[in-house]
Design a protein around this ligand. Sequence first.
Ligand SMILES: O=C(O)c1ccc[n+]([C@@H]2O[C@H](COP(=O)([O-])O)[C@@H](O)[C@H]2O)c1
Ligand SMILES: Cc1cc2nc[nH]c2cc1C
Length: 321
Amino acid sequence: MNELTKPLGALGNLEEIVIRLAGMTGNVMPDIGRKTMVVFCGDHGVTEEGVSAYPSDVTGLMIHNFCKGGAAVNVLSRRAGADVKVVDVGSRLKKLPACVVDRKVRLGTANMAVGPAMEREEAEEAIAIGITIAQELKTEGVQLAGVGEMGIGNTTATSAVASALTGMSVDKLVGRGTGIDDVMLRQKVKVIRKSLAVNQPNKADAIDVLAKVGGLELAAMTGFVLGAASVRLPVVIDGVISTVAAFVAMALSSDVKKYLFASHLSVEPAHRILLDQLGLEPLIDAKMRLGEGSGAVLSFPLFDSAVAVAREMATFADLGL
Ligand SMILES: O=C(O)c1ccc[n+]([C@@H]2O[C@H](COP(=O)([O-])O)[C@@H](O)[C@H]2O)c1
Ligand SMILES: Cc1cc2nc[nH]c2cc1C
């Protein structure tokens, strides 16, 4: 990067992308021609408490939409030249459309405001699924992966996990998710506090936190981040939900950080806090709060541009300097 015809460091984050990709892959001229966006799906029992602007059924409707190619993540992935892989680990859909990789652990979590969201074994199963999916992508020749999710109610679980692991108060972390009003926001804070009080997740045991106040797609994304690091596959995280999953993965094995890129900064307040604690800098701030991997895949063209710069720019030596 220092030999290219530009002032030292002048391409900023693009330079860091190339340098980090080279480190992750062991290839000084990284190749990211094959890109896949993985969308993990799950439902949340806590939606019974009235914490989302949309009903739980929207998770299943969006799964169908992903298969038809009509969701934002499909559109942006086509632009970016990336494949989309939809993995169901816990939606309430009983019959899945053909495009979905069926790895369902159970039909949605239980309501964490009255007891644990799931059993520890179920969280472990979802983590193992995520690990396997990442390792399979690597075997198939994928060179850059994005990780995103779909699950009505999952910003409630995300704030609960973030509060349990960071020790920060719920009102500093909680956001409006799909777009709730002030009355619902107060209810959401109450429900998260109640869930933490009822379940008493053990901060020192990240899997206990995931099982008690997390979600199936969160656990699968945690596994995905772990699995990707294990095979040196670079992973681009999306919004606040995939970021909390990466945070859990970091708690399990701090080495995963070396294989992570932050794509964008979500509007959700917990996102900035978690990214800062992870030491990751988002590339884009487009005031997005969609999820489903949309921000991650939006950043893919920046990765392509960064690699093209490294491959195609002239050096000072080329100019005879
Ligand atoms: O990515 C984000 O930061 C993000 C922020 C707010 C909402 N979402 C998406 O909206 C859903 C969760 O919102 P909610 O209000 O149902 O908890 C879930 O499907 C996420 O993909 C995603
Ligand atoms: C329509 C809709 C699409 C989504 N994509 C990710 N989360 C979502 C939530 C809703 C409500």
